[in-house]
Design a protein around this ligand. Sequence first.
Ligand SMILES: [Zn+2]
Length: 279
Amino acid sequence: MPELPEVETVRRGLEDVLVGRRVVRLVVTGRRSVRRQPAAELVERVTGRRIERAERRGKWLALPLDDGQVLVVHLRMSGQLLYVAEPSSVPRLSHTHVVAGLDDGAELRFVDPRTFGEWFVTDEVRDDGLPVDFDRLGPDPFVETVGAGRLQQRLAGRRSALKVALTDQRVLAGIGNLYADEICHSARLRPDRPCEALSPEEVARLSRAVGRVLRAAVKARGSSLRDARYRDLMGELGGYQLHHRVYDRAGEPCERCGTTVEKLRIGARVAYFCPGCQT
Ligand SMILES: [Zn+2]
């Protein structure tokens, strides 16, 4: 499922092609893609509005509109946003559930085979123009630096495994299964370590690893896994999968120490780690 680096890559694409454009037509055909309000209400409130900015917090995309509302999109498991400059020459893929027609003739298409993704519009916004809903999210480590002290505070008193905390959107926004494993490896920490047992030095290592891994992954335009489900706005694959050190690499040697990467169960989750260099 897309995490911070993939959603940031999509956001950058939206910033390039969508900002300043007006939505002249919105068609919702997927029954599950709009759940917080009737689809007809979304269509009515967004049609005719100009998109002012393309923002992201965690895995959420937010498109502030020219009347103060915000159009919000979450890709969840399998959602893709595709930009099509000449819609008449590009057939719609199956599982296309929402189509926004823009005033320059282009289309933004939302394809979502598993239908967990969602669109909604809200006028409940904060001073920064983003939805008040986003108050539930922890800091986004790509938007703001989350230094060792702040991370220590957010992990303090948590008995849960490090991986569980890293993927909790209230602790940090944007990290999921894949990047949590890569961050733990980069920080040389086992993903099943209880948070409360981490030393200040280990938390400092962790905070540096969060920034390092996410920056590198954004630079590589995210990770496309074997199912090739993640693609950017123009349909291109990401490149960070070539840099994964542990995720989905059980049985392969660790590139840092040569030990065989293992798979571990943490509650309902699976984590990949190197027992040689992660302690
Ligand atoms: Zn290792």
